[in-house]
Write a protein that binds this ligand. Structure first.
Ligand code: GLN
Length: 486
């Protein structure tokens, strides 16, 4: 049961071959056994999970179940969930119990009837690519426990890879769904900006943040996205569009598909040879499936990392000003004045990477530097979006690596922020443009998973999932599991 996908689990529940309480217990037991080593979950609350499962069973018995009612999944600890500790990986929120549900949580728990197995570990405030900035300690990659799972949704990735949950939620500001999916042999989707509500999702960089599904197949991502997406009047950037069934085109043949290969992703020596070899093989597989490859160009893509590390910290410095010790979260114990209370609270509550981002962000927004950094970065952002628009005139999807390397060792990049930032060299431009992007498994290099990135035009989620699903039917890389978890 624990290796099944969402559709099989839902079918087993609907046919009463297993109850949600039994299924949830199965996963909770595994979490109890394996989580102390992997550290994928920061909060489990079996009593709450089982209560949700019992409610789902009652709904199934009453004939009122939706497609995923009773299926248990894991939630990244960036989503506020009523009554659940919601930490965002930070000491600042280590004891914060949310009084309300994020819209995605309300949709998944309430409307869809999904069960939460717990909250997953993450880089502090989603800032990182290795999960090492978490206040709750690093997460181990189930494929090799001396290596990182990627970040910032590293706990979600490790949980699904180790079969502690069949699927999980993630968020992606610069690659945080796709890069950990790549490093853990998972399928992850970052939707078009505005497709999934950000209400109740703790903000990092609001113009870039977007939530999405992480699972072991494109089909499961489609099913979970159905439960997450939709217009929300409580998020001013949420888009009002007709509801879509993201599973509708999964099986559509790929004949005639034009795959764009950005010259800049395939030139130079930035990518590990084993990763490039697996990506090249995936291109040949797509050609066998009837697609044709065309060269495209994203001439400003080399500016995406520098532009992101101005824009994201700028927005973060503003968003994180709310953590001041007054209404909720950590508050320093000793202080003489109000100013001292703020200063000590923030000095104690935030870790080093978060402080670095707040300092950079405050600097680039300050008088005298705003034009030189922030405005320039916004201009680059526009050029990057224009590059994609031009590329999509000659192709339907863009393909490349997700991450320049496979999972690196714990500690390997922890002392070198620039090396860490470069882990997202292929993913960040997608966020700057607001486009949908996926990572799917495409093979192994030295025994470690390699991720293939697929980028679509705005609102092309259904098409991307189709392109991913057909490849998964033909190859089966996504069905490989790490040794010792089954
Ligand atoms: N690794 C990137 C960063 O540290 C992206 C993180 C994310 O997508 N949340 O900012």
């Amino acid at each position: 049961m624990i290796e099944s996908g969402l559709r099989e689990l839902a079918a087993a529940l609907a046919a009463r071959r297993i109850s949600s309480v039994e299924l949830t217990t199965l996963f909770l037991d595994r979490i109890g056994r394996l989580n102390p080593d992997i550290n994928a979950f920061v909060t489990v609350d079996p009593e709450k999970s089982l209560k949700m499962a019992a409610a789902a069973d009652a709904r199934i018995a009453a004939g009122a179940a939706g497609p995923l009612t009773g299926v248990p999944i894991a939630q990244k600890d960036i989503f506020c969930a009523e009554g659940w500790t919601t930490t965002c990986g930070s000491r600042m929120l280590a004891n914060f119990v949310s009084p309300y549900d994020a819209t995605v949580i309300r949709k998944m728990h309430g409307e869809a009837g999904l069960v939460s197995l717990g909250k997953t570990n993450m880089d502090e405030f989603a800032m990182g690519s290795s999960n090492e900035t978490s206040f709750f300690g690093p997460v181990k990659n189930p494929w090799d426990r001396t290596r990182v799972p990627g970040g910032s949704s590293g706990g979600s990735a490790a949980a699904v890879a180790a079969h502690l949950a069949p699927a999980a939620t993630g968020t992606d500001t610069g690659g945080s769904i796709r890069q950990p999916a790549a490093l853990c042999n998972l399928t992850g989707l970052k939707p078009t900006y505005g497709v999934v509500s950000r209400y109740g999702m703790i903000a990092f960089a609001s113009s870039l943040d977007q939530a999405g599904p992480m699972a072991r197949s494109a089909e499961d991502c489609a099913l979970l996205l159905n439960a997450m997406a939709g217009f929300d009047p409580r998020d001013s950037t949420s888009l009002e569009r007709p509801a879509e069934d993201y599973t509708s085109d999964l099986d559509k043949p790929l004949a005639g598909l034009r795959i764009g290969l950005p010259r800049e992703f395939f030139a130079g020596s930035g990518c590990a040879p084993g990763v490039m070899a697996a990506v090249q093989e995936a291109i040949r597989e797509y050609e066998r499936l009837g697609a044709s490859a065309v060269e495209v160009s994203l001439p400003n893509s080399h500016l995406s990392v520098p532009a992101y590390y101005v824009i994201a910290p700028a927005e973060a410095s503003s968003n994180l000003s709310r953590f001041d010790g007054v209404r909720y979260g950590h508050r320093a114990a000793d202080y003489g004045s109000l100013d001292e209370m703020y200063a000590r609270t923030r000095a104690e509550g935030f870790g080093a990477e978060v402080k670095r981002r707040i300092l950079i962000g405050t600097y680039v927004l300050s008088h005298g530097y705003y034009d030189a950094y922030y405005l320039q970065a916004q201009r680059i952002r526009r050029l990057i979006a224009d590059d994609f628009a031009a590329a999509f005139r000659s192709c339907d999807v863009i393909l490349g690596p997700t991450s320049p390397s496979t999972a690196f060792r714990l500690g390997e990049k922890a002392a070198d922020p620039v090396q860490m930032y470069l882990s997202d060299i292929y993913t960040i431009a997608v966020n700057l443009a607001g486009l949908p992007g996926m990572s799917i498994p495409c093979g192994f290099a030295d025994g470690l998973p390699v991720g293939l990135q697929l980028i679509g035009n705005y609102f092309a989620e259904t098409r991307l999932l189709n392109v991913a699903h057909r490849y998964q039917q033909a190859t089966g890389w996504h069905r490989q599991a790490p040794a010792g978890v089954a």
